[in-house]
Structure formats: structure tokens, C-alpha cells
Ligand binder design. Sequence first.
Ligand SMILES: NC(=O)c1ccc[n+]([C@@H]2O[C@H](COP(=O)([O-])OP(=O)(O)OC[C@H]3O[C@@H](n4cnc5c(N)ncnc54)[C@H](OP(=O)(O)O)[C@@H]3O)[C@@H](O)[C@H]2O)c1
Length: 226
Amino acid sequence: MSLADGTTVLVGARSETLGERVTTALADGGIDARFVRLDVTDPATIDAAAARIEEEHGRLDILVNNAAVAATGASDPADAAPPSRTTVAFVRAAFETNVLGVVAVTNAMLPLLRRSPAARIVNVSSELGSLGRQSDPSSPGHGVNLLPYNTSKSALNAVTLAYAKELADGPIKVNAATPGHCATDLNGHTGSRTAAEGAAVIAEAATLGADGPTGVFITDAGPEPW
Ligand SMILES: NC(=O)c1ccc[n+]([C@@H]2O[C@H](COP(=O)([O-])OP(=O)(O)OC[C@H]3O[C@@H](n4cnc5c(N)ncnc54)[C@H](OP(=O)(O)O)[C@@H]3O)[C@@H](O)[C@H]2O)c1
């Protein structure tokens, strides 16, 4: 699927300036893009976004739950406090956005997604949320022990499975996907991949065909254990 094929992209962002900047860049690339104000921790903006989508589009085909915070208190993850010195406030902040925000937005958008013939939900997760990888000393992310972020992404993986199970009898597919280690604000631009490279697997998960999986954790290499 190409976004220039008539797909309308709704850019949900809490900052109007940043959201409009992305929307303009997409529009310059020939994509029908609109900014929708959305703070995933603010129920009023979630309800307003759902109401606007219903009024202007009548349905939603794809929901990408991408918003997240690292909540480490450090711009470089290498400088983050170990679990024993992590404050509950950081853990709460990570869960507010990375887990509860996803639940709130998903529940608000589900009535619109149910109106689509083949809706897809992609929860943008992380290798760092994989319990399999975190318990494997040979895994590249094993030494990255960020309690707020890692545990919030593990919870997000469980949330993904919960929705996938509830929706298994219908056309909606719900998966978690990870972009890999990308250079972005989240990690002080320490990642080795570009955001565009990371986005490819998210786009793939968002456009799965009818024979695609649901309730799986998708990486570049395909679905892998949680
Ligand atoms: N970068 C990596 O290596 C990596 C690896 C694995 C997974 N991921 C995942 O990829 C996704 C994108 O992260 P990224 O690397 O692109 O990091 P990023 O540059 O920090 O982007 C995160 C985005 O989430 C937005 N956000 C945070 N809180 C929000 C809220 N309450 N409401 C609405 N938007 C909110 C931020 O908005 P503002 O601009 O307003 O702050 C920002 O645009 C995240 O789910 C992340 O966990 C990233």
C-alpha cells in the first residue's frame, strides 16, 4: 500500500506546531494528511479526536499507537538510573503514556475501527519489552535495564494480546511491532537506524492482508516470541 493512493493520514500529536509540521511535510509529498490534536493522557483530546474522525470520515481503518515516553530522566539511556534508584514517578509516567494511553485511545477508536471492513491496530512496542529477550543474556538489549520503559512495553505487549483475543472473531487484527533501535529524541539519537527505516515494519503491520497474523510481536525478521 502506498499512502499516495488516497489514504488519508491523521497525524495525532499533542503539539500543534510539531503536528502541523509533519502534516505539511506529508502533504508536500502528495499525501492527504490532517493534523488532529491528541494527548494520549488527556481524555478530552481523545474524545474530541474520535468525534472529529467520526464526523469527517465516518470510520477509521488503521490505528497506530506510537506515542511513548522513555521516562528515564536522562536524555541518553546509558545515564538512566538503575531499577533500585528509579522513582515511582518515572514508572507512573511511563505507564500513563505507554500503556494507559494506548488503552484509552484504542477504546475510544474501536467503534470507528469496527466500521472498517479490515481494520488494523499496531501498538508500537520495543525489543526492550520482550521478556524473552530481557531474560536472555545473549540478546543485544539485555544490558539495557530501564525499569519504567521496559516494563511499560512488556505491559503493552500484554495489552496487545488482550485486544487481539477479544477481537479474534472479527476482521480487526491487533499486533505489536517494533521499529528497532532508531536514532530519535527518545534515546538522545543514539540508535543505529533512521526513523524511516524503523517505520517500515510498522507500516507493514498496519497493512497486513486478511491472511496476516493477529496477536503477534512483529520485528524486522517477522513475528517472534514475546
Ligand atoms: N527509537 C527507538 O530506538 C525505539 C525502539 C523501539 C521502540 N520505539 C518506539 O517507537 C515509538 C516512537 O518513538 P520514537 O523513537 O520516535 O521517539 P520520540 O521521537 O520521542 O517520539 C515519541 C513521540 O510520542 C509523542 N508523545 C509522547 N507523549 C505523548 C502524549 N501524551 N500524547 C501524544 N503524543 C505523545 C511525542 O510527542 P512530543 O513531540 O510532543 O514529545 C513524540 O512525538 C515509541 O512507541 C517507542 O517506544 C522506539
